[in-house]
Design a protein around this ligand. Structure first.
Ligand code: BES
Ligand code: MN
Ligand code: ZN
Length: 484
């Protein structure tokens, strides 16, 4: 929990005092610090124990309790990203792990950095500990009370709402695939929108998907005991007669690869494959929390791609909702199948002004961009520029890959209208997948976000995220919906 305060009070179990190098040297400290403590800080500086350098921490025992001095170096030498990493490290340090009530005092920093500070608290200290019987209790932000000195409460509360959406997405991705099924996600969505008059819901279950002919979606789920679902939330936030923006998420609650089974080393993290739907649900939460006055369609294509005697078969030709026939060249290229039907259904029945899909779609995106940038593919220059800009601003980073007319050759089939695997295999996997989707988006303004690399941290460190889901897409999409 975060509470905002106008001035520092040093009345909690501990205080984190964030200091720039120059502030330490020039003794520019918050006015509320008493003289004795000021002298103590000057003394540890003069004795060389703390200089305000990047990542420096010094626990100072004072008459008003523990003050953790946290250095962030020179202003010219830091960035909001580096700042979040430093604050996260301070908050998760051994000095604070058993403290429940923590005051955080940034010393004279810009609003942008106060917002980064809130993200450091909410996103940075998030840890997935549901199944740890002996988890390090109390390090999660929601188990602690943070008192943050900040002046622009409204703006900071918005950041809080967006972080809450981000963390919801992370919870959904992190939990077991056998728990987070299509039915479970439907319940999560229903709970979020319950009692809100401007929000309506359409859910297509197996029966409705059959009746409407969403055969690609059905085929992908064919081997599963779980029900396939297409969930569409209509959020009428604007009173003006404005068009809708659709955001469509891939919600593969588990991806075994199907009969083209994934090998060991690739299958273990595939609970992440509903990361796109999680991003959509997280963005729905953010949207509700900050009360966005926009018209939005939140869409989740939910299915499970498993093997078995009833699983769909490589080589078969399916007829999509749009009427286009599709050759299933590989059952592991399932995401584009579910998305294709979802995209054409939403366009036909809701006629959105523009559509952004978000999906853990291709391993090739990881090859191309690694883990720190979401892949963006679009034919719409305006949306490209907007998404690139908001990716930078929110630190939910995006890098654009090309889309060009000749790409349509790569998804041509000998036996159907289109094929779910690009040729030659392995070449431009991310953009051939995007080309497949583009052909179902028709003339609607469309952009595609491939979060295969960014949705999940499996090994190693990434920015201020811990192990597991990152909530990739939530901050980006919320800002995009808010500002455009
Ligand atoms: N869900 C995967 C993509 C993925 C891979 C996400 C690694 C996150 C990490 C997707 O359904 C998939 O299997 N894609 C195949 C496509 C191929 C068969 C054309 C891939 O990337 O190998
Ligand atoms: Mn797959
Ligand atoms: Zn997949």
């Amino acid at each position: 929990m975060i509470n905002f305060r106008k001035t520092a009070q040093f009345d909690q179990d501990a205080t984190v005092l964030i200091l720039e190098k120059i502030q330490v040297r020039q003794k520019k400290l918050p006015a509320e610090i008493d003289l004795k403590t000021k002298e103590q800080i000057a003394a540890v500086y003069e004795s060389g124990q703390f200089s305000g350098d990047k990542n420096e921490l010094f626990p100072l025992a004072t008459s008003s309790g523990l003050i953790l001095l946290a250095g962030i170096g020179a202003r010219s030498d830091t960035s909001p990203t580096a700042f979040r990493i430093m604050v996260k490290a301070a908050l998760q340090s051994r000095y604070l792990c058993n403290k429940e009530n923590i005051e955080v005092v940034p010393n004279d920093i810009k609003d942008e950095y106060v917002n980064a500070l809130i993200e450091a608290i909410m996103i940075g200290t998030y840890q997935w500990q549901k199944y740890k019987t002996n988890g390090s209790i109390g390090v999660r932000y929601d188990q602690k009370h943070y008192y943050v000195i900040a002046t622009r409460k409204k703006s900071h509360e918005q950041v809080q709402g967006i972080c809450a959406g981000t963390n919801l997405a992370r919870d959904l991705v992190n939990d077991n695939a056998d728990l987070v099924t299509s039915t479970y996600l439907e319940k999560v969505i229903k709970k979020l929108i319950k009692g809100r008059k401007h929000i309506t819901l359409e859910v297509l279950g197996k029966k409705e998907l059959k009746a409407h002919g969403l055969n690609l979606h059905l085929a992908v789920n064919q081997g599963s005991r779980q029900e396939p679902k297409l969930v569409i939330v209509k959020y009428a936030g604007s009173s003006k007669k404005k068009g809708y923006t659709a955001i469509v998420g891939k919600g593969m609650t588990f991806d075994t690869g199907g009969l083209n089974l994934k090998p060991t080393g690739h299958i273990e993290t595939m609970k992440l494959d509903m990361g796109g739907a999680a991003a959509v649900i997280g963005t729905l939460k953010s949207t509700i929390e900050i009360d966005l006055k926009k018209n939005i369609l939140f869409v989740c294509g939910l299915a499970e791609n498993v093997t078995g005697s009833s699983a769909y078969k490589p080589g078969d030709v399916l007829t999509s909702y749009s009427g286009k026939t599709v050759e299933v060249a590989n059952t592991d290229a399932e995401g584009r199948l579910v998305l294709a039907d979802a995209i054409s259904y939403v366009i036909k029945n809701y006629a959105p002004e523009r559509l952004v899909d978000v999906a853990t779609l291709t391993g090739a995106c990881i090859v191309a961009l690694g883990f720190n940038y979401t892949g963006l593919v679009t034919t719409d220059e305006t949306m490209a520029n907007q998404l690139l800009r908001y990716g930078k601003e929110t630190d939910d980073r995006v890098w654009r890959l090309p889309m060009y007319p000749e790409l349509s050759e790569s998804v041509k089939s000998m036996i159907a209208d289109i094929r779910n695997l690009g040729v030659p295999k392995g070449a431009g996997g991310t953009i051939t997948a995007a080309e497949f989707l583009r052909q179902f988006a028709d003339n609607t303004r469309w952009a595609h976000l491939d979060i295969a690399g960014t949705a999940f941290v499996d090994n190693g460190k990434r920015f201020y995220f811990g192990h597991g889901a990152t909530g990739a897409g939530v901050r980006l999409l919320t800002r995009f919906l808010q500002n455009t």
